[in-house]
Ligand binder design. Structure first.
Ligand SMILES: N[C@@H](CCC(=O)N[C@@H](CS)C(=O)NCC(=O)O)C(=O)O
Length: 228
């Protein structure tokens, strides 16, 4: 198996979508060779018919999009630990995936984009700034000036997650599964691009985040991060 992933300066793995895929692979006990891609060499992804990572190659199968990768792994490796638990769990997983994309990552975007720019290779900085300006009408410095508001928005968007984690160890219940990996992708983006603490130390989300960092032999904890 091969996993094409975003790799910024010093090999930093910032992509929340790639982190979702890496956690899903680890949950299934599968290993993939990791192929680093930067913004300037996305032509390496042409074979996948699109230009985003993650892309998983498993034999003849080419799967792009983190949600499709999770569904592919669940279907192709049913004998391994389930990511969703049931068909109903998979249905709810899609809703969580959309919540993460639109609400959680929407607020994380403002917090993590300036730091992502800072760790982007110099040759890619103009592309990165221009593409974000086209999406939002804001320069990187405009976005950087919104840090305090962004932090408030992230903390507030986490309220349903916070209340869930006050009652159970993981979002999926007693043990982690897809929902946890999907949300954790956002926190891995923050860990690799935003130095201050996103969460208060007594926030139940912070205790969960620490548990998530310990999973799979500390996979998330070991990555090059900006956290103290
Ligand atoms: N819906 C896709 C989103 C993938 C995506 O946007 N990946 C980003 C990395 S975080 C990317 O490839 N960006 C390339 C670019 O901005 O040019 C998924 O869930 O995998």
């Amino acid at each position: 198996m091969k996993l094409y992933e975003l790799s910024l300066s010093e090999g930093r793995n910032v992509s929340p979508f790639v982190w979702r895929a890496r956690f899903c692979l680890a949950h299934k006990g599968l290993e993939a060779e990791r192929i680093p891609i930067s913004y300037h060499d996305k032509d390496q992804l042409v074979f996948s018919g699109q230009d985003r990572v993650p892309v998983l190659v498993d034999g003849d199968m080419v799967v792009s999009d983190s949600w499709k990768i999770a569904c592919y792994l669940e279907e192709a490796y049913p004998e391994r630990p389930s990511l969703f638990g049931s068909a109903a769990g998979q249905g709810t997983g899609l809703m969580i995936n959309k919540f993460c994309d639109h609400v959680l990552l929407g607020s994380m975007f403002l917090l993590c984009t300036p730091g992502t720019y800072d760790v982007t290779q110099d040759e890619d900085k103009p592309y990165f700034a221009q593409s974000r300006w086209e999406w939002t009408g804001m320069t990187i410095e405009d976005i950087r000036s919104m840090e305090a508001e962004a932090l408030k928005r992230v903390r507030s968007s986490l309220e349903p997650i916070r209340q869930t984690l006050a009652e159970q160890a993981f979002l999926s219940g007693d043990t982690p599964a897809f929902t946890d990996y999907c949300v954790m992708g956002g926190f891995m983006w923050a860990r690799t691009t935003y130095a201050p603490q996103v969460l208060e130390p007594d926030d139940p989300v912070e205790a969960w985040r620490q548990r998530m960092l310990d999973l799979f032999d500390g996979m998330g904890r070991k990555t090059l991060s900006l956290e103290a």
